[in-house]
Design a protein around this ligand. Sequence first.
Ligand code: HEC
Length: 125
Amino acid sequence: MKMKELGFIMCFFLATGFMGCYYDKADIAYPAPPACDTTTVRLSVELNDIMKKSCFSCHGGAADLGAGIQLEDYATIKDYADFGLLISSLIQDGTTSAMPKDAAKLSDCDINKFKAWVNRGSPQN
Ligand code: HEC
């Protein structure tokens, strides 16, 4: 390798290493997503919105595709939350059936809302 090429490569590493140009550009191109707000998580509002889109088609109302698990019923969702099945199905850790069934995993933010609600004792709020 010629000295000139070596010099060029060294400069490249120094520039990206010390100035972080590459990462700076990436920050501009991909701004950080808005922070996930889990300060207030109500079953009847925030979680209901998520479940209307992703769960009630099988687990709500007259739907009969969710193995009889009626998540619109507080006592039922509370039981699944207390036994840890609700979160393990959402994080898809392999100990329960992955939910939502046959669809993409919920976003990290949506999963964090469920976790926050469960950590506060799964209140009927
Ligand atoms: C397409 C229908 C469908 C959708 C949508 C769906 N489920 Fe399910 N769910 C099922 C079925 C069927 C079962 C029974 C287990 C199985 O067959 O995998 C189940 C089981 C479960 C269980 C029990 C898991 C276990 O292993 O005991 C939980 C908790 C659950 N679902 C929560 C959810 C949540 C929360 C959502 C929305 C994020 C959701 N499900 C979306 C069909 C669905």
